[in-house]
Design a protein around this ligand. Structure first.
Ligand code: AMP
Ligand code: ZN
Length: 467
């Protein structure tokens, strides 16, 4: 089965063929860690996590090498550190930890590597040195600039005409630039700010060179897949590509460029500068991570997606439906288990440029098949259908919880204790054949929106489906 991916450079869907099927490489631009990340920042995390999972399924777990970087040198980090009177690593460590915890709660596997700028400084300085040697960069007034003139294909990824590139760059044209399109590879730090040694004087790297050097250092160039949000195509990825090629990697830098669309709120890109943000950290206090993941994947990754309460509620009830089928299958069709397997219709949808809406529709189909098998009390058919549903959902990062735990997650500890006590009291009443008391307790549980299901191994309970 062929995986087809939409390549921003080719402007079309292309069959995916890695350079080496035994070592498939992917890099995704990660966060600047100075604050909690908003849910829009997690759209690429979840989208590329899904691609990582699909690649692992196709090529084998150990054959896929995925690096997602962390930007830990930045003005906003410097400002936050100065405000708190602490070194920058106190800020970056704190928010990187929060970021990784949020990503894990959203079901994202840890990337193979998580390179940090501060830990890649030698490679960054080395790559700038090579660009200077190759005549693709020049030093001027403590800065080192990339000479866009040296790269005839400049603008090819974003497809912007030359005049646009010049007009865009003119906004902050500095006197030491030979061409307004030239961009910074190295610059002096402001007094009191962190700086690193270099042959061009102490300072810090520009943002674009950091990624090129981290890719070369962590994965080696060229890579198979380079990902990020659509806002990064220009100038960030255009510049990364120019640097990578001119630093000695022929014409190949990334063989496939993938970009996710924006997550919007109030019809505008979710962004800290606009202020229309919902932090994953806050959302996770109210909603299960799997529901937020479902919401993020409910639209095709290249399309814009509007983030609303309704979207999250729909995601939650979609998962409730699947977990309910799973729960019923365990209770009513018995404990026969088949090895989970990905259903062909789900694989087909995901292999078609990660068509998640179609894959989700296929999950519902599988859930209906399982329900039909339970209805017929056909244990063998139920075990097979369950294996397909669970295998397919797991590939996408869903149905990873025990159904009981899923349904009871909505209950706080007080409610849980109260429900357990009521269930125990009901058992006693029943054992004593005190039917009025047993009925009264059942009514009390119903008033708490709790459904009790009596099974061979005792009673279990779950929060009732919302009307
Ligand atoms: P930043 O911290 O803004 O550099 O963003 C980190 C990653 O999140 C990049 O890949 C961005 O393209 C992506 N990103 C930021 N905001 C959004 C958004 N509202 N929707 C989708 N992706 C976003
Ligand atoms: Zn980058």
């Amino acid at each position: 089965m062929t995986l087809a991916l939409y390549d921003t450079m080719a402007r079309e869907k292309r069959p995916f063929a890695p350079q080496d099927p035994e070592r498939v490489t992917m890099y995704v631009c990660g966060p600047t860690v100075y604050n909690y990340a908003h849910i829009g920042n997690f759209r690429p995390v979840v989208v590329f996590d899904l691609l990582f999972r699909v690649l692992r399924e196709l090529y084998g777990e150990d054959a896929v090498v995925y690096a997602a970087n962390v930007t830990d040198v930045d003005d906003k980090i410097n400002k936050k550190a100065a405000d708190e009177g602490v070194p920058i690593n106190v800020i970056t460590d704190r928010y990187l930890e929060a970021y990784n915890a949020d990503a894990a709660a959203l079901g994202a596997l840890r990337p193979t590597f998580q390179p940090r700028v501060t830990e890649t400084m030698d490679a960054i300085v080395g790559m700038i040195g090579r660009l200077v040697e190759n005549g693709a960069a020049y030093a001027a007034e403590g800065h080192v600039l990339f000479s866009t003139e040296s790269f005839p294909d400049y603008g090819k990824l974003s497809g912007r005409p030359l005049e646009d590139l010049i007009a865009g760059a003119r906004v902050d044209v500095a006197p030491y630039k030979k061409d307004p399109r030239d961009f910074v590879l190295w610059k002096p730090s402001k007094p009191g700010e962190p700086e690193w040694e270099s042959p061009w004087g102490p300072g810090r790297p520009g943002w674009h060179i950091e990624c090129s050097a981290m890719i070369e250092d962590a994965l080696g160039l060229p890579i198979d897949i380079h990902g990020g949000g659509i806002d990064l195509v220009f100038p960030h990825h255009e510049n990364e590509l120019a640097q990578g090629v001119c630093a000695g990697h022929s014409h190949e830098y990334a063989r496939y460029w993938l970009h996710n669309g924006f997550l919007n709120m109030a019809e505008e890109k979710m962004s800290k500068s606009v202020g229309n943000v919902a932090l994953a950290h806050d959302l996770l206090k109210t909603y299960p991570g799997e529901a937020l993941r479902w919401a993020l994947l409910s639209g095709h990754y290249r399309q814009p997606l509007e983030w609303t309460d309704t979207l999250i509620e729909q995601a939650k009830s979609a998962l409730d439906r699947l977990y309910r089928t799973l729960d019923d299958s365990l209770r009513e069709a018995g404990g026969e288990f088949d090895e989970p397997a990905v259903a062909p219709e789900v694989a087909r949808a995901l292999h078609d440029d990660l068509n998640t809406p179609s894959a989700m529709a296929a999950l519902f189909q599988l859930s209906d098949e399982l329900r039909a098998a339970i209805g017929k009390k056909d244990k063998g058919a139920a075990a097979r259908a369950r294996a397909r549903l669970v295998g397919s959902a797991n590939l996408m990062g869903f149905l990873t919880k025990d159904p009981q735990a899923w349904f009871q997650a909505g209950a706080d500890d007080d409610l849980k204790t109260r429900v357990e006590a009521l269930i125990a009291a009901r058992q006693t009443a029943r054992a004593e054949k005190n039917w009025p008391e047993a009925d009264r307790i059942r009514a009390e549980l119903a008033a708490l929106n709790v459904e009790v299901m009596d099974g061979p191994s005792g009673a279990t309970w779950r929060i009732k489906e919302q009307a």
